[in-house]
Design a binder for this molecule. Structure first.
Ligand code: TRH
Length: 380
């Protein structure tokens, strides 16, 4: 293991939404809490950060949050001495002066590009390869992933034990939900819905509303709310709104801290998630899920979707795998998913077992923070 004083800098530009800051904030906290490393997290957009960490003072250039030194990444860079390990998240461009300060060090730092998560085969071959060089400083690719030979997934120590304990404790779940003002009917299925705009939503809500089993749908405020409001036939939906149609109750939730969001996922029977970080957290929840992938140019995200589906459904009986594939593909094409939902419901027990088995299989890999620390140890 490295010297305790090995200093780490993580750079994050918020491109859009919350995934960039969501991933880097989680990683920074884990490096501090579990590896006792001094970590600076440089973020260019404190307002996005504030949504998932309300303690952030958006006016401060420097502050400490949960042991992490949080630094505002200004457009006019001020000098900062380069750390021993430098992580550029999602290929963000480091300030030119900082790169010079990396090159000016007696021993060059380990410079890593923390890439996007993908289940595609090529990731294993590219993980850990050298990338560009700046003067004496070599950059390396670091790929998170689902297979041995990748950098793994972010997973805090003891996460699955905590999750299982919580899922076995009905009163803890009730208390948590009540804290968010959620009071579902005892026989209702709980579903969380965090997604981008999606024209396929209405057909799902139609089916849920007409179902014999009541559903309590929890929708954190965000991009899908417009589609929900349209289906409900209301002008707007704000935090706290509760609307019922037949057997479906829809409730709009505020954005909560990351660990609260985890607990929400752990409470739900089914989680619709998106992007990268909530997608991973739903896997650790061990419950059936639906992924709204982040759209990329030329539909290259569809290859990523298929690559993940192939891995995730490999342990399912063929009909259940087919139902899952149909549901996920239709959702990501913005097509009606009502029929696909009903098809998936027919295979609920295997889908539940698969969600837990997948989670356990993924937990066999080293977590991403530990893999990063190990990468550094091997490198020196
Ligand atoms: O917000 P996302 O769509 O993020 C991203 C970005 O678009 C990014 O540019 C892109 O590269 C990436 O997706 C693939 O979805 P994601 O990744 O799930 O991030 C959401 C974060 O917000 C995650 O850390 C969980 C957190 N969150 C909360 O903390 N509280 C909440 O209430 C909710 C709903 C989410």
């Amino acid at each position: 293991m490295p010297q305790p004083k090995t200093r780490w800098d993580i750079f994050c530009t918020v491109v859009d939404n919350f995934g960039d800051i969501g991933v880097t904030w989680r990683l920074a906290r884990q490096l501090v809490a579990e590896h006792a490393l001094p970590v600076r997290l440089w973020v260019d957009d404190s307002h996005a950060f504030e949504r998932i960490c309300p303690e952030i003072d958006v006016d401060l250039a420097q502050q400490w949050q949960q042991g992490v030194e949080v630094r505002h990444w200004p457009s006019e860079w001020v000098h900062a001495e380069a750390a021993d390990v430098v992580i550029a998240a999602f290929a963000c461009q480091l300030p030119a002066n900082y790169m010079d300060s990396m090159a000016a060090r007696e021993t060059p730092p380990l410079w890593l590009n923390l890439d996007y998560l993908s289940a595609e085969d090529w990731v294993t071959g590219c993980h850990g390869l050298p990338s560009v060089k700046y003067k004496t400083v070599q950059k390396f690719f670091f790929f998170p992933g689902f297979k041995p030979g990748t950098g793994g997934l972010l997973r805090e120590r003891g996460l699955l034990e905590r999750r299982r304990q919580f899922q076995q404790d009905r009163s803890a779940q009730r208390q948590f939900l009540q804290g968010l003002g959620i009071d579902p009917a005892p026989d209702a299925q709980l579903i969380s819905l965090f997604a981008y705009e999606n024209t396929g939503l209405a057909s799902w809500l139609d089916v849920l509303a007409g179902d014999a089993t009541p559903t309590h749908l929890l929708v954190p405020e965000g991009r899908i709310l417009g589609d929900v409001a349209r289906w409900l036939g209301v002008e707007t939906l704000t935090v706290g709104a509760i609307q019922a149609r037949q057997t479906l109750t829809v409730q709009v939730l505020p954005f909560v801290r990351q660990d609260q969001y985890d607990h929400l996922l752990w409470c739900c029977d089914f989680n619709a998630v998106r992007g990268e970080d909530s997608f991973v957290r739903a896997q650790w929840a061990g419950r059936p899920m639906l992924w709204h992938i982040y759209q990329q140019d030329d539909d290259i995200h569809l290859d990523k979707l298929d690559a993940f589906l192939a891995l995730y459904t490999k342990g399912l009986p063929p009909e259940a795998a087919q139902a899952m594939n149909g549901l996920w593909r239709a959702w990501n094409a913005g097509q009606p998913i009502g029929e696909h939902w009903l098809a998936a419901r027919k295979h609920w027990p295997p889908l539940q077992e698969n969600a837990e088995a997948w989670c356990l299989e993924q937990a066999l890999q080293a977590d991403l923070a530990t893999a990063l620390v190990q990468f550094y140890v091997n490198w020196i």
